[in-house]
Design a protein around this ligand. Structure first.
Ligand code: UTP
Ligand code: MG
Length: 604
């Protein structure tokens, strides 16, 4: 079950400090963007001035011939406005996309380096939402937002100067509604932020739900749970709808009231300006020009509302991003910097290791063992005994609560994590293939391996025959998680992948899914080749893998209760003997029901 980590509150200062660094590498682009934005606005500023000129100098003075140059000047101003705006958009997009790429990469890299336990607690869909949507929301404020903020304030300032230049008294009147606007902006800041935060959370949850159900699409169909899933989806989509409506309701009250307050400025100017024109204190053109400029004043003032909306949404998103970025990576967990030498023997030792996923729920208790280089150790025991957990510790997916693990006498917690994992090949319980070709998957552990090496590994893992029989051979696409292959095929590919990695220690979490005897034989051969001359930990379910091991450890409720060779343990007549008898019976029944390898497979 995944949980939702409540993001901590990020104040505006922290938000600015941590996000503005992303603009630093692109200072020139940012400056060009700003310059173009200013040009765009200033070309637009010519419009009221030319209009005023037409009214006062052309219409009032009846100079009809002047209309052509005035129209040409106006067209020129509009054209320049359009050109610089086009350039501004182009620069802004490139700049914004660079910032978004950097941020996404940082969040993704950080995510990849988080300890495995983090992923047990977080839904993939929610994490995806953070990388895609939340990053975009923060980027928007950084590129569009900063541009908008600067140009808005610059143009407000410029228009203000023009207005003051035209008439002090009218300007003073026109600015009266600003007090209301400031109060409104503060109210919005405080009321919208929590709304955006819960909206982001609901989006994350919805994505998590979609991802979960798409991955389980076969189960949904097999259990006929389409309607159930549809209801579950609608429930979450409904919660998202409600939270969106909440923020939009606040927005709905906010913007129109601000526009209304701004319009009162125009009313005040008309109210005071009309008598001024009548008494000859102001020309008609001047009043019209003033009103136009006033429009240009309140238009950017109105834009501040949009800006504020962007900030509140980005702050909520940044909280979700910083929550992840502030978590310690796995690398921080290892104390040393010295990697393993080139040649590692594979001597593995557990010393009084205890572990639990949750505090107070021990899963492994005081485990001690020593595996000499090349030794093959089988881990047996009932389900939930702690077998997978034991090998998870060797890979440092999790760290022991107490005790230590050594490889070649070096405490693994003092080895850089990459160097540690280089020494271990994992063939997991549920083989996982990536959505790509068979070749991509084989080379996953050693991208630079030669073609000969790859083919040899495929051969040794008994998969070359089935791969070559496919029309596209090694270039066959395996689909998401390898769905286009059978589980026996996936297993053998994952064995070949481990063979190619060529690590001194092997962890093999044997699949519990049964395959037919012929395939089992092929897998067994592949595994024997994989484990040869390597220290191997085999979580074994098949009897012949267990009995072939050099030593068997029997785990029960997180403790090693029996240890020895197959014969020694059978003579003990203890837990292992019982386990052996039960498995024997299961395998006997299985071979009665299913054909064994001596039968003609074609008959089926
Ligand atoms: P294991 O996963 O180590 O058991 O879980 P196992 O021996 O390999 O079992 P099989 O044979 O694959 O079925 C040991 C205990 O740890 C808990 C499990 O519920 C189990 O009780 N556990 C496992 C967690 O609490 N969290 C996990 O992420 C994994
Ligand atoms: Mg297991």
């Amino acid at each position: 079950m995944t949980q939702y980590t409540t993001p901590r509150t990020v104040n505006v200062t922290e938000f600015m400090q941590r996000t503005l660094v992303y603009l630093k590498p692109y200072r020139i682009m940012a400056a060009a963007n700003m310059l173009l934005a200013m040009l765009t606005i200033s070309f637009y500023f010519m419009y009221p001035q030319i209009t005023q000129y037409i009214i006062d100098a052309v219409i009032a003075k009846r100079q009809e011939s002047m209309i052509i140059p005035a129209a040409v000047a106006l067209t020129g101003a509009f054209l320049l406005h359009a050109v610089s705006n086009a350039l501004r958009i182009a620069v802004n997009t490139r700049f914004g996309q660079k910032v978004i790429l950097d941020m996404r990469r940082d969040v993704y890299d950080h995510l990849l380096s988080l300890p495995t336990g983090f992923f047990d607690r977080h839904a993939s869909g929610d994490l995806m939402t953070r990388i895609i949507d939340d990053v975009a929301s923060v980027q928007r404020i950084l590129t569009d937002g900063v541009e908008r903020a600067l140009t808005t304030f610059m143009s407000i300032l410029a228009v203000l100067v023009i207005l003051l230049f035209k008439s002090y008294s009218l300007t003073a009147l026109a600015l009266l509604p600003l007090a209301v606007l400031t109060a409104g902006a503060l109210w919005y800041t405080f009321s919208a932020h929590p709304g955006y935060r819960s909206q982001r959370r609901e989006i994350g949850k919805l994505n998590a739900l979609i991802m979960d159900s798409l991955q389980g699409i076969r189960q949904i169909k097999a259990y006929g749970r389409e309607e159930f899933e549809s209801i579950r989806f609608s429930g979450q989509a409904e919660r998202l709808r409600q939270s969106t409506i909440k923020v939009m309701d606040i927005w709905a009250v906010y913007t129109p009231s601000m526009t209304f307050a701004g319009s009162l400025g125009t009313v005040l100017v008309l109210w005071a300006g009309t008598p001024m024109v009548m008494h000859g204190q102001l020309s008609l053109g001047e009043l019209v020009g003033f009103l136009f400029y006033l429009g240009l004043f309140y238009e950017p003032v109105g834009r501040i509302d949009g800006l504020n909306q962007m900030v509140q949404s980005a702050r909520a998103s940044s909280e979700r991003l910083f929550t992840i970025l502030d978590l310690d990576t796995e690398r921080k967990e290892s104390t040393g910097n010295t990697p393993f030498p080139e040649k590692v023997l594979g001597d593995v030792r557990y010393e009084s290791v205890s572990f639990g996923y949750k505090e107070g729920v021990p899963v492994l208790k005081n485990i001690s063992l020593h595996a000499a280089p090349g030794e093959k150790i089988a881990l047996a025991g009932s389900t939930g005994a702690g077998k997978t957990s034991m090998v998870n510790l060797l890979l440092a997916f999790y760290r022991p609560v107490s005790g230590k693990i050594f490889i070649d006498s070096r405490d693994i917690s003092s080895v850089p994590i990459h160097s540690l994992r280089k020494q271990i090949s994992l063939v997991s319980q549920e083989p996982f293939l990536f959505n790509g070709t068979i070749r991509d998957n084989l080379l996953y552990g050693q991208l630079e391996a030669s073609l000969e090496k790859m083919l040899a590994a495929a051969d040794a893992a008994n998969c070359s025959a089935f791969i070559e029989a496919l029309p596209e051979g090694y270039e066959t696409l395996v689909g998401e998680r390898g769905v286009m292959l059978s589980s026996g095929e996936k297993q053998r590919i994952s064995i070949a992948r481990a063979l190619l990695k060529d690590a001194p220690v092997i962890i093999l979490d044997e699949a519990t899914a049964s395959v037919d005897n012929a395939t089992e034989q092929l897998i067994q051969e592949a595994l024997d080749r994989l484990m040869k001359n390597r220290t191997s930990f085999v979580i074994a379910h098949r009897l012949n893998t267990i009995s072939n091991a050099d030593r068997i450890l029997v785990l029960h409720h997180g403790e090693i209760v029996e240890e020895g060779t197959h014969t020694e343990l059978l003579n003990k007549q203890g837990r292992y003997t019982r386990f052996w008898m039960i498995r024997n019976e299961q395998e006997r029944v299985a071979t009665q029901v299913w054909p064994n390898e001596t039968m003609d497979k074609e008959a089926f």
